[in-house]
Design a protein around this ligand. Structure first.
Ligand SMILES: [Zn+2]
Length: 231
């Protein structure tokens, strides 16, 4: 069935009433989180050492991580902006544990972790520089965690809401949509909770620290500016 505008959330009709209500609340959180995901400014940001040191114990050893780097095995990309960088990946932005991997428009994006697609958007055009107009994929995991793949290219999403994807599957293609200073993938994992739910669209669910089990070098906390290769 042709769908002119790909901006859709998981269809709820097939779920029971209680499940529908629970999933709907989840979507409100997801949507409210997206409103705040507006800006990346790769390469010029500087690291907030306090943010890193205060959260260091929250990162787990890479070999125990549930996540792979969100690109193909054998490929390496520079972390143009890492965790705890001022402005767009800061504690204030609530994207402090986000990653910006610098890559050309059209680079295949692979699922960092298996899960169910809950939201997609790919109608916007690269280079638009409009904060609210970014293409994305959001995949739900256990414990109310969600992976976000942001700034994807126009028509660059190849999965559907409701679809279950396996870790490593190609799910879309990188781009430069939304408030982005150059082509890159913004990847982050966030977790919904009662607090961000109560705040509704005025709140934002916090990003959580992640490491990647297939990253080389195998850093627990990825270093801003380094190239990381997926093994
Ligand atoms: Zn970013």
């Amino acid at each position: 069935m042709a769908v002119p505008k790909r901006s859709r959330f998981l269809l709820l009709g097939a779920l029971g009433k209680r499940s529908r209500k629970r999933m709907y609340l989840r979507f409100l959180i997801v949507i409210s989180s997206l409103f705040f995901l507006i800006s990346c400014n790769s390469t010029t940001a500087t690291v907030d050492g306090n943010c890193i040191s205060q959260n260091a114990s929250r990162f787990i050893e890479p070999e125990k991580s549930l996540y792979n780097l969100p690109f193909g095995v054998g490929e390496g990309y520079q972390l143009g902006q890492g965790n705890c960088t001022f402005h767009t990946h800061s504690t204030e932005s609530k994207s402090e544990f986000a990653f910006d991997f610098i890559m050309d428009i059209g680079t295949p994006i692979h699922a960092a972790r298996s899960g169910q697609v809950v939201s997609i958007e790919d109608r916007f055009f690269d280079g638009n520089r409009i904060g609210s107009d970014f293409n994305h994929i959001i995949i739900a995991h256990e414990n109310n965690t969600f992976s976000s793949y942001i700034h994807l290219t126009n028509a660059g999403v190849i999965v559907e809401p409701g679809e279950y994807v396996n870790q490593g599957d190609v799910i879309g293609y990188s781009g430069d949509t939304g408030m982005s200073s150059a082509p890159h993938l913004h990847f982050e994992v966030f977790q919904t909770n009662d607090d961000c739910f109560k705040k509704g669209v005025d709140g934002r669910c916090p990003t959580i620290p992640v490491s990647f089990k297939n990253a080389s070098p195998s850093d627990k906390i990825l270093t801003h500016g380094l190239v990381y290769t997926a093994l």
